[in-house]
Design a protein. Structure first.
Length: 356
């Protein structure tokens, strides 16, 4: 398989996506694969989702542990008993365990979808079983990297907080705007740089290290050494790939949202009108009529939510599959074992048989 530049790899990736999902087209299989693509690509980045889970947990803990103190009621300081704190600790511990289990399952699923794309098969099970040990090691490596990343953020945040408190203390509680801006602006820049670093590390892990874990059964050091050697040989090509890999999906998602936003608004409005009409028709009934009205409203709401999910899966699944194909096509031209599995790139206008 020849090595393609970042722009040249786009068209073959799209053609591979179209061949994989649509030739032949089977609605049930299509939706299954699109859902897997959304889960593995759209909902489970190594850093962005770990950060969002941690941020949500932080907000939940903050809201829970700093209740409004009043003179009476369940949130008075007299009710903050050791049992209350033990319950809170148990909730936090269970949440962390559930998050780790979900992250592990998503990692396994990511390897399974990788196997589907490189082996040209639509069955999830074979890859799920084949790469169990590799996915487990990749999970622990990702977790270690994420913890290191979180530790760096914590250290920087504490250093920033210490500087803020120092400036406030030296100003007697009323700091001037200039010194505060001198601290906030570099902190904002550092925050942006940390986001960029997180995106870059996530891309390296998923696009370059994962194939070596899967195909070579490599360790973290071996996978990094192999991918770093290829980067050093073509730094410009990899940087260009990274920029397109980040920019193109964002543009595509914006396009999808713009296309779907008006139909979704009309759908929400129509469902709201129907729900209001049903509520008005059944609210003043006697006997079991109010309960039947509520049940009908719930059924209509569930159907509307299911249809909305189907639309987003059908629109986002091909895009996320194309993103993964793009990573495989680009790196497969530089990693022979991966390129041999991918085989010849489908030419424009390819009309061969469908996948097995």
């Amino acid at each position: 398989m020849i090595a393609l530049s970042a722009p040249d790899a786009i068209s073959p990736a799209v053609r591979r996506m179209r061949r994989f999902l649509f030739e032949p087209f089977e609605a049930g299989t299509f939706l299954k694969l699109c859902l897997v693509a959304l889960v593995t690509e759209g909902f489970s980045g190594n850093f962005n989702h770990s950060w969002s889970r941690g941020h949500a947990l932080h907000r939940q803990t903050t809201i829970t542990t700093i209740p409004t103190v009043t003179t009476a009621g369940p949130w008075t300081t007299n009710h903050l008993t050791p049992a209350w704190f033990a319950g809170l600790a148990a909730i936090v511990a269970i949440s962390i365990v559930v998050a780790l289990v979900l992250f592990y399952l998503i990692t396994r699923l990511r390897f399974a979808y990788f196997h589907c794309l490189v082996s040209n098969t639509r069955e999830i099970g074979p890859g799920w079983r084949l790469y169990r040990s590799q996915a487990t090691r990749f999970f622990w490596m990702n977790l270690a990297v994420g913890l290191c990343f979180a530790a760096v953020i914590a250290v920087l945040a504490l250093a920033f907080a210490a500087q803020i408190f120092r400036v406030i203390h030296e100003a007697g509680g009323h700091p001037a705007v200039g010194p505060m801006l001198a601290l906030i602006l570099p902190a904002a820049l550092g925050f942006v740089l940390m986001i960029v670093a997180a995106i870059a590390v996530d891309l390296i892990l998923r696009d370059f290290l994962l194939p070596h874990y899967a195909l070579d059964n490599a360790t973290a050091g071996e996978a990094w050494t192999a991918s770093w050697g290829r980067f050093r040989a073509e730094p410009g090509a990899f940087v260009g790939y990274g920029l397109l890999r980040i920019f193109l999906p964002l543009v595509a998602w914006v396009g999808i949202v713009m296309i779907l936003i008006l139909p979704m608004i009309f759908t929400v409005a129509a469902v709201a009108v129907v729900e209001i009409g049903i509520h008005a028709a059944f609210a003043h009934g006697t006997g079991a009529l109010p309960a039947e009205g509520i049940a009908l409203q719930v059924v209509i709401g569930v159907i509307a939510a299911a249809l909305t999910l189907l639309v987003w899966v059908g629109a986002g699944g091909p895009l996320n599959t194309a993103v993964r194909e793009y990573a495989l096509v680009f790196y497969g031209g530089r990693y022979q074992r991966l390129g041999d599995l991918l085989g010849p790139l489908p030419a424009a206008g390819w009309t061969g048989p469908g996948v097995s």
